[in-house]
Ligand binder design. Structure first.
Ligand code: GSH
Length: 95
């Protein structure tokens, strides 16, 4: 998708549960940043109550990152990159 088309479209609500020193989180953020989208980071170390929220919303997965796009559970970093490789990410990020 061209940069112009991305800019003209509304972006989805993106939430990433993460920790500060997690290489998978850094990698996932890097892909989202390359798409020039804004996303909300929830640092589960800074607010431990968010850990159980993340595990609950992720169906029991305990690893970070866990990524949600418009409340759809995408999964972790590998899942985000797999979604991109499958050509599905832009369609989820931009409505
Ligand atoms: N395949 C996962 C790996 C994520 C991962 O291993 N994250 C580590 C931190 S860097 C973690 O949360 N480990 C604790 C756990 O698995 O409960 C992904 O792509 O997101």
């Amino acid at each position: 998708m061209s940069q112009e088309k991305e800019m003209s479209q509304e972006q989805a609500n993106i939430v990433m549960y993460c920790t500060q020193f997690c290489p998978y989180c850094v990698r996932a953020k890097s892909l989202l940043n390359s798409k020039s989208v804004k996303f909300t980071e929830i640092d589960i170390d800074a607010d431990p109550s968010k850990y159980s929220e993340m595990v609950g919303k992720s169906g029991g997965i305990t690893s970070v990152p866990q990524i949600f796009i418009d409340d759809e559970h995408i999964g972790g970093c590998d899942d985000l990159y797999a979604t991109e490789a499958a050509g599905r990410l832009d369609g989820l990020l931009f409505k």
